[in-house]
Each structure stands twice: as structure tokens, then as C-alpha cells.
Design a protein around this ligand. Structure first.
Ligand code: SF4
Length: 487
């Protein structure tokens, strides 16, 4: 778990204008590309050239996910059989320790000293690099963004764009250290260096490690969606391919996969489809020129089965597109590191307290969400993230874990506002207090700019118009009196 609180980490991020600009620009690009892609999808649907518009596709995707999770034991067994029939090996890992053990055992048996990796949130989650490095195995990230943050010794700040917080200058410095010379910051130079360094790693690696965006249960096919060619090299160049996949990544059939492929890239980067969509069914067969000699698929639980059947099950629908991050007003200000966990943004706010110790992460749902529901609107599988965050808050209150000091005043307010006389009294006191703190502005408008005590933080960033001298109730009573009626 990262040190400090969400509030402290967010404050640090907010004090970094460069980071905020980098995150805002990238998020804006993702959002406008997504809008255009969804408009085009709607047009295709009208012409009968797509399965449906965003709303229809998302309903289909949601139904498929729900069905799969409701029958997960069946589909896991089916996928395991299909992978085995095509020459692959299937492992089930309860958590991080087991994944580390399984991969290390394969590496020892095959004498692996260097492994190349493509982007995988599941392996981030179980800290696989650390486990392998402890055994003296060099692990090299080959997704450009992941490679950058590996060199920087950082964690991903976005599901799709792990290094969006890094500037060209910072990347040039990191790459310059690798090649031992000063580099210019233009894109061809930087990508050229990455290509040159990583190619050599691909050639020497004894193991390729990937995740998978989807696993098709009927055929045992791994589907890996990328925008760089590294995914193909990782899964086909080294003699051993190991894929670490969350158990929720299953879809029943290839036809179901088609629905998700229509949504994933559009929601994520606004592309119709990503540059590479790899479909891997088994290791290399006799007579084939490419592909690994061994394929291992590790199905990772790590707390997911505890979520099944609970009120939080829908979070397992997530296809890691990142759209909820791009649209979240909190994430857009702070970036991903403020969340202190592998998964950031709204989905991280729901998932992290479920996969980890709730008590350690309770400040995420309490503080990293405004309940605006923009995440839910953007989510291609319709996860009601704001509702799930609210459930976390209810759990925090129910279990007496709230330390904000707001519980007492809120309970008092709730008790007072269920009695009309107390409500009227509190509104009157509040109005008088606010008017007392208000200052005169030009044009006769009054504003409350500095609230007292703990309320000061709220007025530091915003001015509140001073309430009028008389409330609506008082004005209405006067109006009725003037007309000779009883209030
Ligand atoms: S919760 Fe929805 S929007 Fe967020 S990453 Fe997952 S699928 Fe995408």
C-alpha cells in the first residue's frame, strides 16, 4: 500500500502544474476521440453496419458479463479444457504468492534469466516483476509507457496510458541514461532508442509474460489488444509464453468477444479497433514457424471470487478501458498516483478496497469521488460505479470506520431536519451567520468569502452568494398576509 492518505497524495499532485496539464491534455484527447468514435458507431448502427449504438452495445456487453459471472465455474472449466486440448497448460492462482511461485517454477525448469513483458494490470497487481527479480530473473517491460515507468521506478498512472504524466524531457533523460548519451526529445529519436534496446531483449528472452484482455471459453483463445507490436513479440518470440489473467476476463464465445472488441478501443482511445488484436489459441504446433514451445495460462483470483455474488459483483464486468478515469473530475485533476494503488480512478476507488483491506483504503470512496456519475455514463459495460462507491461509504459508516468527524454533525443535522421547527430554526441561524460573514461587492451583491473554523477550507476555493435578508417562507407569509390570508 502506498504511504499517506489520498488527500495528501492528491494535494501533492495538485501542486504540480506540469502533471495537471499533462493529465488534462491527454484526458481531453481521449474524451474527444471517444465522442467522435461513438457518433460514428451510432451512424454505422443506423446503416445496419454495427451491432448497435453505444447504448445497445453496452446493454449486450453487460448481459454477457453478467451471464458469464453467474456461471463462472462452468466457463472456467470450459476454458481450461479448451486450452489443455490445444496444448496449453492451465494454472489457478489464489493470489500474488501463488502466481510468483508458478512463474518462478516454470522459469527455473526452463533456465530463464531474462523475461520480456507486455502491458498487464494483473501482473502489476501481484507485483510479479518483484517476485521474479528476487530469483535473479531480469524482467523488461516492453510496452513503451510501461518501459518508461519501469526506468523511472514508478507505477502506472493510467490503465491505458501508464506514463501519461511524463514529459518528453523526462523520457529523454531516462532513455539517455540507458544508452549513455544525451538525447533529443523528438518522437523518432525516443521511439528509436526504445526499439533498439528492446529488440535485443526480445531476441534473448527465455520467457514472454502477458496478460489478456479476454479469454474465450469455447476455444481457449487469449485475446490481447495493443497498439504496439510488442504484444506479438512477447507472446511469440520467446520459447515460453505465460499469460496471467483475472478469472473475470472470460467470455463464453467468439461471437461474444466481437461485442467487446467493438466497445473497448472506442471507449478507451476513440479508435474503431486497436492497432493489434492478437488471438492466441495454444502454443506453436508442429510445422508452424512461429510461436512459443510452451503456453501457460494462470487464472488469477486474488479476491475476485469474494466479490462474486455480492452487491459489488458488477465491478468484475470491467474491461479496463480507462474511460471512467478519463471522465472523472477527480482523476482529471490529480492523475493516477494520488490513488496510491494499481487501479486508479473510479474503478480503482471501487476495486481497491475490495481486493485489499477495506480499512486501509476507506479514504478512496470517501474522498476521491463527487458522485457525479460521469464514470457510469462513459463505462462501456454500464457499471454503476457511483452507486458502488456509495455502498463503500455506507459500509464505512456502518462499521464505525469514519474518522472525518462529520458523522456527529450529520447525524445531528438529520435528527434536526426531521422536525419542522428545528429545520426552520437552523436555516434561520445559518442564514444570519452567512450574512454576517458576507462582504459587499460592487453592484450591491454580497458574497460569503471566508467561513469560520472548519468551514474555511470550503470557502478557500469558492465564494458563496450571501443569502437574502428574508427566506422564501418569510416572503410567502408576508405575501399571504398582504392578501389577508393566513400563512
Ligand atoms: S469501470 Fe468501465 S469505464 Fe472504467 S475501466 Fe472498467 S470498463 Fe472502463
Amino acid at each position: 500500500m502506498a504511504g499517506g492518505t489520498f488527500r495528501a497524495r492528491a494535494r501533492k499532485a495538485l501542486e504540480n502544474p506540469r502533471l495537471r496539464r499533462a493529465v488534462r491534455v491527454t484526458m481531453n484527447n481521449f474524451m474527444s476521440a471517444r465522442r467522435a468514435a461513438m457518433a460514428e458507431l451510432a451512424q454505422l448502427a443506423r446503416e445496419g453496419l454495427a451491432l448497435g449504438d453505444f447504448a445497445a452495445m453496452r446493454e449486450r456487453a453487460r448481459a454477457i458479463k453478467q451471464h458469464t459471472l453467474d456461471h463462472l465455474d462452468h466457463y472456467l472449466a470450459r476454458a481450461a479444457t479448451a486450452i489443455g486440448e490445444r496444448g496449453g497448460h492451465v494454472h489457478f492462482a489464489a493470489g500474488a504468492h501463488e502466481v510468483g511461485e508458478i512463474v518462478r517454477e516454470i522459469a527455473r525448469r526452463r533456465g530463464v534469466t531474462l523475461a520480456v513483458k507486455s502491458k498487464s494490470m494483473a501482473t502489476e497487481e501481484v507485483h510479479l516483476n518483484r517476485a521474479l527479480q528476487a530469483d535473479g530473473i531480469e524482467v523488461v517491460e516492453t510496452d513503451l509507457g510501461e518501459y518508461i515507468i519501469q526506468l523511472a521506478g514508478e507505477t502506472p498512472s493510467h490503465i491505458v496510458g501508464p506514463a501519461i504524466h511524463k514529459t518528453r524531457e523526462e523520457i529523454a533523460q531516462l532513455f539517455g541514461r540507458v544508452v549513455g548519451r544525451e538525447l533529443s526529445t523528438d518522437t523518432p529519436t525516443l521511439t528509436g532508442v526504445a526499439r533498439q534496446v528492446l529488440r535485443e531483449k526480445f531476441v534473448r528472452a527465455g520467457m514472454g509474460i502477458s496478460g489478456a484482455n479476454f479469454v474465450v471459453a469455447e476455444t481457449g483463445t487469449l485475446c490481447i489488444v495493443t497498439n504496439e507490436g510488442n504484444g506479438r513479440l512477447v507472446t511469440s518470440a520467446p520459447p515460453v509464453h505465460v499469460a496471467v489473467v483475472g478469472i473475470e476476463k472470460l467470455v463464453p464465445t467468439l461471437a461474444d468477444l466481437y461485442v467487446f472488441l467493438g466497445l473497448l478501443a472506442r471507449s478507451s482511445t476513440g479508435q474503431k479497433i486497436s492497432v493489434y488484436t492478437h488471438m492466441i489459441t495454444g502454443p506453436r504446433r508442429p510445422g508452424e514457424a512461429d510461436g512459443p514451445e510452451e503456453l501457460h495460462v494462470i487464472f488469477l483470483d486474488a479476491g475476485r471470487s469474494d466479490i462474486l455474488g455480492t452487491e459489488y459483483q458488477e465491478v468484475l464486468h470491467c474491461i479496463r478501458c480507462g474511460a471512467c478515469l478519463n471522465h472523472c473530475p477527480v482523476y482529471r485533476q490529480t492523475g493516477g498516483h494520488a490513488y496510491g494503488a494499481v487501479y486508479s480512478g473510479p474503478v480503482g476507488t471501487v476495486l481497491t478496497p475490495l481486493l485489499g483491506e477495506f480499512r486501509d483504503w476507506k479514504d478512496l470512496p470517501a474522498e476521491a469521488c463527487s458522485l457525479c456519475a460521469a464514470c457510469w455514463e462513459a463505462c462501456p459495460v454500464g457499471i454503476p460505479l457511483h452507486d458502488l462507491i456509495l455502498k463503500h461509504r455506507q459500509k464505512t459508516a456502518r462499521e464505525g470506520l469514519d474518522q472525518s468527524g462529520l458523522g456527529g454533525p450529520l447525524r445531528l443535522g438529520a435528527a434536526a431536519w426531521t422536525k419542522p421547527w428545528a429545520y426552520r430554526l437552523s436555516v434561520r441561524v445559518g442564514r444570519l451567520a452567512l450574512r454576517w460573514f458576507a462582504r459587499e461587492e460592487e453592484g450591491g451583491r454580497r458574497w460569503a468569502v471566508k467561513a469560520p473554523g472548519p468551514l474555511r477550507a470550503w470557502t478557500e476555493g469558492r465564494d458563496l452568494p450571501a443569502p437574502p435578508e428574508k427566506s422564501f417562507r418569510e416572503l410567502w407569509a408576508e405575501h399571504l398576509r398582504e392578501r389577508g390570508q393566513r400563512a
